[in-house]
Structure formats: structure tokens, C-alpha cells
Design a protein around this ligand. Sequence first.
Ligand code: FAD
Length: 381
Amino acid sequence: MMVQGQSAVLVVGAGPTGCAAGVALARAGVDVCVVDRASFPRDKTCGDAVSNEGMQLVERLGARNAVLQGPHALVRRAAAVFPDGSRVERSYDEPGYIVPRLHLDDCLRRALQASGARLIEQCRVSELVQEDGRIVGARGPELRWSAPLVIAADGHGSVGLAALGQALPRDRYLAVSTTGYYRNVSFPQGADVADHYFDDELPCGYAWIFPAVDGVSNLGVYIRADAYAAHDRKLAQLYGNFLERARDRLRDAVPVGKPRTWSLPLAPRPAPISAPGLLLAGDAGGFIDPLSGEGIWQGLYTGWLAGEVAASAAAGAGLNAALQQRYTKSCWRAIGRPSRGKARVQEGLDLIVKRKLYRSRLVRAALGFGYRHHALEMTKS
Ligand SMILES: Cc1cc2nc3c(=O)[nH]c(=O)nc-3n(C[C@H](O)[C@H](O)[C@H](O)COP(=O)(O)OP(=O)(O)OC[C@H]3O[C@@H](n4cnc5c(N)ncnc54)[C@H](O)[C@@H]3O)c2cc1C
């Protein structure tokens, strides 16, 4: 059935980013419609780690209680684990969370609908519509929608990139990751530790085992695309090799479902994130932390910001150059600039692994100091 209509703002995608944008707009009293090709609840390939800061933004959307009433685990400690088994650990004053995306995203979707935003599910956008150099709506096999402002929150491979004439991110602006679930993983250091394994085989990346939710743990491998391209091993092999290295922890474990692979567009994005009538947010805008691979907080943050900027545009003269600049600058301050520093930390860690410097107690003590004092955010939760 053809869906036709119009709204002051159209948001493409109802993941964390699109929900944050939609709630910000609906609360500001703006007529907003959110479309998603999926039907909820839907899963998303992810490590499922939501940092404490991420949960604070979930709370802002009014979804925290619903999330914590469903399946989740607390992360009270995190560790960087080196090839010889040595560990650099930190504990959190406020915990992080592991929340299966099937549950998290459905709670966010319900918060979106509760805010008064319209949601259209099972409706794919295939392209954004342009007129006189401005985005003025979206089209799909079963969609014709007019809106003077579109927020692209449709994740990696966004329709917003094609509208801007941009290629998909690659090299140091992209990572690839495979993740899977196992029941009965052992946790010799305690059930609330998120372990991040650094290894020669995963330059500019790491592997992880996260605390179990209802007995099932999420684990996976993550590697930057340029480092992966220089590799002679396929991702499935890197994942298999990690399972082999972690065999002590997996002795009694059984796989739940099949491993899944997806891409992560990394910050800082080297290309514009807005154009007349268009804002890119979340993965669509390439905001994932290059060091940790965290993108849920970034999606919630930039989605909300895009919603606020779009609300100002709707209340005034539209998305003018000043508002576009405000959005770009705010994203750069909160995510782009810090990500540049994170990429340097990642390169430093690579050197430490490659040269086996982690064997030195002094190096581990320095890493531990930086880690505990937030200078090295090596981990996601
Ligand atoms: C393997 C892996 C592990 C990860 N682990 C973590 C982690 O532990 N913690 C963390 O914080 N981040 C993690 N990330 C990153 C995180 O998953 C993303 O950053 C986050 O989901 C971004 O949210 P989003 O709303 O921008 O995009 P998405 O979550 O991808 O949502 C996009 C939405 O848009 C819809 N959509 C897409 N295309 C269209 C279209 N053409 N028309 C209509 N709708 C469309 C989709 O159905 C989807 O609902 C991981 C990523 C991967 C791949």
C-alpha cells in the first residue's frame, strides 16, 4: 500500500538516533514523522553495551525504567586484557549496561510513540527528493513523503550520503565487526566485568566478552577497515581465532544463533553532515567512537541535537546556514574532536601490543592510571 503524506520534519530510521530526534521534535511541538523499513521489535547487530552516559540519554527519552524492567546486565568493571593474560582494570562509580538491542530499541520506539511522534514501520526509503538544491522529502517503493527538513538516522549506508553525493566511509573512517552469543561462558574475574582483548591479530581493534544477560554473553571482534584490508585473514577467521584463544572461558559454552557481521562508520567524519534541508545523525553521520566502537550514546546525542536544531528551523526560517553550522560545530565539539584523540590512543595501544610493551609493569601502571582517570577510554561500557 502506498503511504503518502507530509510533515514539518521527516526522520528516516527509528533506531536510537531516530528515536532521540523524534522525541526532541515532538516535545518541542513540531509535526514529525519517523519511517523505518523494519517492523518493531527488531534486532540490530551490536555488542549491546550501553555506557552510563548512554543510559542517561535513554532516561531523557523517558525509556530508562522500561529498559531496566527487561533483560539487562550491569557492568561494574572493565578490563583491557593483553596477549600474555595481563590485565589493566578499572571499576565504574556508576555502572554501564548490557541490553539486547531487541529490547533496548523497542523501549526507545515506545518512548518515541508516547512522545506524540508519528511512526510508520515497514516502509523503506530508497532516495531523498531534491528540488532547487534542497531536500524536500523522501521516496520509496511504497512511500511519497514531503517535508522541508529530513533527518537521516538510517545508519550505515544512509540514503543521506547519496543525496549529498558522498561515497560510503572507508579506511580509517570505517570498522568491521563480527559478534555472536554464547550461553555458559565462564567469568573467572567476576560476572560484572566487560573484558576487551587486545592482540596482534586485531590492530586498531580488539575482541570482547561482555557480562551475560540471562546466561547469554555477547562476544565479538572489531577492527578498523584499513587495518583489516592490510590483513590476509578474513573476519570469520579472526573471530574463530579469538574463540580459540578464549577457549578456557568457552569450555562449557554453547553458541546461541549464528555470528553476524556489520560495519561501523567512525568519527571524525571527513565530509559534511548537513545540507539545505538535511541533517545526518548517528551512524548515518559517521559518529562512532573509533577506539571503543561505541555508537549508541553518539546516536542518542546527535539524534537529540539534530531534533533540537530541526525544531529551531521549523519555528523560524527553515534550516539556514547558521543552524547547519550550529549542528556541525556542536557535533565536532562533542564527538569529532575527542575522536581524533581517541584514534591516537588506539595507535599508541597498537604500538604497546606490537612491541609487547604490556609486559612492563611500568607501562601497565601508566595505562591503568590513564584508564581510571578517563584519559584512555579504551572500552565501551
Ligand atoms: C558488531 C557491532 C557491535 C557494536 N557494539 C556496540 C556496543 O556494544 N555499544 C555501542 O554503543 N555501539 C555499538 N555498536 C554501534 C551501534 O550499533 C550503532 O552505533 C547504533 O546502532 C547507531 O544507531 P542508529 O540509530 O544511528 O542506527 P541503527 O541502529 O542502525 O538504526 C537505523 C534504523 O534505520 C532503519 N533503516 C535503515 N535504512 C533504512 C531505509 N532506507 N529506510 C527506512 N529505514 C531504514 C533501520 O531499520 C534501523 O531501524 C556496534 C556496531 C556493530 C556493527
